[in-house]
Design a protein around this ligand. Structure first.
Ligand code: AMP
Length: 214
């Protein structure tokens, strides 16, 4: 969990690769649909460009399919889901059916000032989706992805006016999800304003401590 630009995608991908489990991010799935120009992509692209949430119906269906796909055998990292209480309740039902449970909800705390600075400096590879920060983690060659050579772009929803809407949605709809999981004793908040490695190290130590004791 964490506001837009808090580093959820970056950290979730690193954790998934470290623990050999899959990374499930509806935002990435939707961007892929937009890029491929599918019917779904046309619908969700407009919603995303406004900074609003895609309907629960579409989002829950896509996540349900992924969770049932059999790729989740060793576990999964959810990134950007659930984003409202209805989705959290739908996830509770999906997990109950699978006989699975959430071990931990990691919350990246970052101030609004920092969020704005980060989304302004964020560039995303138009081919593979890898994020860069022009100040903190710039690409080796300006405007090009280090991994695939794709063109780096400003995500349409990283424009200032759309970020304000995403922050509003986050405060009204997503923050209550953190409270939902706090009641279950699952939430650990970390300071997400540090460098990528510092945050990863703290997340790894929290997860590993739970793996030993839990
Ligand atoms: P993200 O990449 O997580 O920042 O998500 C980008 C955009 O995708 C969001 O602003 C929403 O429009 C959409 N999106 C991602 N996750 C969800 C979700 N769980 N529910 C609804 N819309 C979502």
């Amino acid at each position: 969990m964490g506001p837009p630009g808090s580093g959820k995608g970056t950290q979730a991908k690193l954790l998934a690769s470290r623990y050999g489990i899959i990374h499930l991010a509806p935002g990435d799935m939707f961007r892929q649909e937009v890029k491929s120009g599918t019917d779904l992509g046309k619908v969700v692209g407009e919603v995303m460009a406004r900074g609003e949430l895609v309907s629960d119906d579409i989002t829950v269906r896509i996540m349900d399919k992924k969770l049932k796909s059999g790729e989740t055998g060793r576990g999964f990292v959810l990134d950007g889901f659930p984003r409202n209480i209805a989705q959290a309740e739908a996830l509770d039902r999906m997990l109950a059916k699978m006989g699975a449970r959430l071990d931990l909800v990691l919350n990246l705390a970052v101030s609004e000032e920092e969020i704005l600075a980060r989304t302004q400096a964020r560039r995303t590879c138009s081919r593979c989706g890898r994020p860069y920060n022009l100040k903190a983690s710039p690409p080796a060659v300006a405007g090009r992805c280090d991994v695939c050579g794709g063109e780096l772009i400003l995500r349409p929803d990283d424009k200032d006016e759309v970020v304000s809407e995403r922050m509003r949605v986050y405060r009204h709809l997503t923050e209550p999800v953190i409270e939902h999981y706090e009641k279950q004793g699952l939430v650990v908040s970390v300071d997400g304003a540090r460098d990528i490695d510092g945050v990863t190290q703290e997340l790894v130590s929290i997860i590993d401590a739970r793996r030993v004791t839990g």
